[in-house]
Design a protein around this ligand. Structure first.
Ligand code: PNW
Length: 505
């Protein structure tokens, strides 16, 4: 701590600004991707269909530009280029995900696909060659369709299937993978894919399927954690965590007590839904969530609440099952008042909150939901420290979308301003943040947005069959940051005139 303060003070004197620029000793940087968004080779070498293959093939109109993940960035064949790019940037770690249906085509462990194992072994070897640590996500949304046909995350049997799949991955790859993430963004899985149609498999069982999913997912996460902890950790000595995402909610008017209270309710419903059961002493879902859903369910004439609280066994079994708090964060939204949000379906998670939300006024990205609000990130991180007993935190995703410009000043400014807030909360508030992960290495299949929203440091020209990757200016920015561990200050990274108009993104 003392050395952190000295470094911080030095940074202030050095830059002449009351702003921190230097990251603490030991702070690590990485880049993230996800299998379905980059690998392609969707039906090659034994891989079976996953829920995103099914959605994009059978309902292509649900993808903004009609694209799919059939080829994506072809990382299945071009992984060496990806690793070379990571080495060029100079990151400490690479966060990627394993494709369940590539490794286990039936979804179950009755048949292990040797080509799937070979592919990830080759990728791990290539990373080791460049001294880049793997941080590996077991589940980043691409459920084998065979398991979806049995109900997917609404089926409690998934707890066993996920444990078996994790077991295989720990056994096959755990000698080289020392950092695991069980689930990427449970909110997006349960709410967007089961409670809505925003993500595959687009079940849209609003207010019901989302809560069935969270019950299964949290139990599956806990079982995978305990398996690793008891069976693999003693010999493999790694760590295992979950990565939870949040839109952070703030009151539109900070002086308005009702809005302040409702923003807290919304944050409990969003981040607390998955963080509270794992990261608090009490465990279980947030009280306000249990109460609100019970009230709504009663009003709907239901004999039981749509959200079932865990019993004592599961409260204890789930509590404490993450070595770090993994946070994926992009943006902040506003709470404007009490009531039913005009966009809420009935019943639904959003209606259960009982608040009206809106986008915050701020700089645009190419994604409708993503506005640039760096101070929201700082407030969110401070809230995580106080709500979850000062956990060690890894930022496992953060990034900005545009339409693919090479001079991506908007992205650089986003990184710079969000990183600056990270430094503020580390040095001023003692928030224990240990690492940061960029979303993402290269423009890729951005789920229902297809290739229309681009988050990459490298541009990928998907109209050229050789899928050339071209570094954007942000690669230069990150190369310098990784080399110096300091926020680059040069003018060449600053946009000549800010902000860019939407048409220029
Ligand atoms: C994440 N939000 O999704 C995913 O982990 C990535 O696969 C994805 O490509 C990336 O962020 C960019 O979208 C999110 O509404 C989707 O706050 C939506 C939100 C956050 C993350």
């Amino acid at each position: 701590m003392a050395s952190a303060i000295i470094i911080a003070l030095l940074a202030i004197t050095h830059s002449g600004l009351a702003q921190y620029t230097k990251f603490p000793e030991g702070f690590t940087f990485g880049v993230a991707t996800a299998a379905h968004q980059i690998e392609g080779a969707w039906n090659v070498s034994g891989k079976s269909e996953n829920v995103w293959d099914r959605l994009s093939h059978t309902r292509p109109w649900m993808i903004a530009d009609g694209t799919n993940g059939d080829v994506a960035c072809d990382s299945y064949n071009r992984y060496q280029e990806d690793v070379d790019a990571l080495a060029h940037i100079g990151v400490d770690f690479y966060r990627f995900s394993l494709s369940w249906s590539r490794i286990l085509p039936t979804g179950r462990v009755d048949f292990v696909n040797p080509d799937g194992i070979r592919y990830y072994n080759a990728l791990l070897d290539a990373l080791a060659e460049k001294n880049i640590e793997p941080l590996v996500t077991l589940f980043h949304w691409d459920l084998p369709q065979t398991l979806q046909d049995l109900g997917g995350w609404a089926n409690p049997k998934m707890i066993d299937y996920f444990r078996d799949y994790s077991d295989l991955c720990f056994r096959e790859f755990g000698d080289r993978i020392k950092s695991w993430i069980t689930f990427n963004e449970p909110y997006e899985i349960c709410e967007d894919a089961y409670g809505d149609d925003k993500k595959a498999p687009a079940i849209d069982s609003h207010g019901v399927g989302n809560y069935l999913c969270s019950d299964t997912l949290l139990k599956a996460h806990a079982e995978s954690y305990h398996l690793y902890n008891e069976t693999y950790r003693p010999t493999q000595n790694g760590r295992i965590q979950i990565s939870i995402n949040s839109i952070w909610y703030e009151p539109a008017d900070p002086e308005n007590a009702e809005q302040v209270a409702l923003a807290e309710v919304a944050n409990q419903f969003k981040f607390g839904w998955f963080a509270h059961p794992i990261f608090t002493e009490a465990g279980g879902y947030p009280t306000v969530m249990v109460e609100n859903v019970a009230l709504q369910s009663k009003a709907e004439g239901l004999p039981k609440p749509r959200l079932e609280q865990f019993d004592d066994y599961w409260i204890k079994r789930i509590r404490g099952t993450s070595d770090f708090l993994g946070i994926n964060h992009y943006t902040t939204h506003l709470i404007t008042g009490a009531g039913v949000d005009p966009i809420a379906k009935s019943p639904s998670w959003l209606k259960d909150i009982g608040a009206v939300t809106s986008l915050k006024v701020g700089t645009d990205s190419a994604s409708e939901w993503l506005r640039v609000v760096p101070t929201g990130f700082a407030n969110f991180l401070r809230w995580c420290k106080s709500s979850y007993n000062d956990p060690p935190i890894y930022i496992t995703e953060n990034g900005f979308s545009d339409r693919g410009t090479l001079l991506d000043y908007g992205r650089i400014k986003y990184f710079n301003d969000y990183l600056s807030e990270i430094l503020n909360v580390i040095y001023d508030d003692g928030v224990n943040i240990l690492g940061y992960t960029i979303w993402t290495l290269m423009d890729n299949f951005e789920w229902r947005a297809g290739f229309s929203e681009r988050f990459g440091l490298y541009k990928v020209d998907i109209t050229d069959p050789s899928l050339p990757r071209t570094p954007k200016l942000s690669v230069e920015y990150w190369k310098q940051l990784c080399a110096t561990r300091e926020l680059p200050q040069e003018d060449r990274f600053k946009e000549p005139a800010l902000p860019l108009k939407k048409s220029e993104l």
